[in-house]
Design a protein around this ligand. Structure first.
Ligand code: ATP
Length: 320
């Protein structure tokens, strides 16, 4: 391997820049040439490729987002489009590819390896912490800190106005962010996507806690579970107290990456280059029990479902 390329794909996450920087600098240190592919697989198809130097990645370790840009490119699911992309890579003499993204991006990387013999390594970049084969994804810890800051602010105003606040947290079908934010934010109710909830029971619990003298409540809920604005109306209609829903949305995706995410991203980036130099391909990088690991991408996606963190829900529920 003499020339490698790197791209970021799917939703952005804080710490992606630190991962790019680590891949670029460790590859240069090993005497490789490094190319940046702008805007994910779409940019690859459009030949948006530039050689990177160590200075291309100066001053980005502390920046959120990804300076390479990211994109959704569903056309990459078409084998003919992937063949064209492999040709673009070959036309630059690129031997291997590092893909930072979620499981969709991983699948694309694995297909390039399988169909075109193109060595690819995936790094887990998403705030959702929903990628198999790793305990933590790059961006998750930063998003958690952001969510907790937002919850703290909502707590101030909720308690001043005796209000009920519903906070919708990202994570798609994974509630790691919701449950951790519930504990750190001292929230009264945590609703996880994996478990769902019974609206009637929730309202009755709120009613009885207000009857005992409580005068505000914070409810955290994973996105896609229910329409939180309708839920707020339903709670207010029954309990009487003003109830507001706040959707944190993309606020959670931005911002300065935490030290944890910068370090995780740096370690994973260096490890990815080492794996490529050892001849590995079609692998995804993770951290499990504090150790860097790598798995077959498809095996990870198909067989390493992340367990629901029932212990976190239990702690959140016990501390109300
Ligand atoms: P996140 O979940 O954080 O948004 P992701 O990588 O899962 O990240 P997706 O939108 O699913 O996000 O995938 C990103 C890109 O990866 C897609 O736009 C597409 O180019 C490529 N991709 C996704 N699924 C496949 C697939 N089954 N085969 C080939 N390429 C795929």
């Amino acid at each position: 391997i003499k020339k490698i390329a790197i791209l970021t794909s799917g939703g952005d996450a804080p710490g992606m820049n630190a991962a790019i920087r680590a891949v670029v600098r460790s590859a240069l240190d090993k005497g490789l040439d490094v190319y940046g592919i702008y805007e994910g697989y779409r940019g690859l198809h459009q030949n948006k490729i530039k050689q990177l130097t160590r200075y291309s990645v100066s001053d980005i370790i502390n920046k959120g987002g990804t300076f390479l840009g990211s994109a959704r490119f569903p056309e990459f699911k078409d084998p003919a489009v992937r063949t064209e992309c492999a040709e673009v890579l070959r036309s630059h003499g690129i031997d291997a590819l590092v893909v930072i993204g979620g499981d969709g991006s991983y699948t694309g990387a694995k297909l390039l390896t399988e169909e075109h013999g193109f060595p690819c390594i995936g790094l887990p970049g998403t705030i959702d912490n929903d990628i198999p084969g790793t305990d933590y994804t790059i961006g998750y810890q930063t998003a958690l800190e952001t969510a907790v800051v937002c919850i703290d602010r909502l707590r101030d105003t909720s308690s001043s106005h005796h209000r009920i606040s519903i906070v919708e947290i990202m994570g798609r079908h994974c509630s790691d962010l919701t449950l951790s934010a519930a504990i750190a934010g001292g929230c009264e109710y945590a609703i996880a996507a994996e478990i769902g909830f019974n609206k009637e029971e929730l309202i009755q619990e709120i009613e009885s806690s207000f009857a005992k003298g409580k005068n505000h409540a914070l409810i955290v809920i994973t996105e896609l579970v229910t329409d939180v604005h309708q839920l707020a109306k339903d709670i207010e209609a029954r309990v009487g107290n003003e109830t507001r829903a706040t959707v944190l949305g993309h606020i959670q995706r931005g911002g300065t990456p935490s030290a944890f995410d910068r370090i995780l991203a740096s370690r994973m980036g260096v490890y990815a280059v080492d794996l490529l130099l050892q001849g590995e391909k079609g692998r995804c990088v993770g951290i499990q029990n504090e150790k860097l690991v790598h798995h077959d991408i498809i095996d990870a996606i198909d067989n390493m479902r992340r367990p629901f963190k029932a212990d976190l829900l239990d702690v959140a529920n016990k501390l109300v």
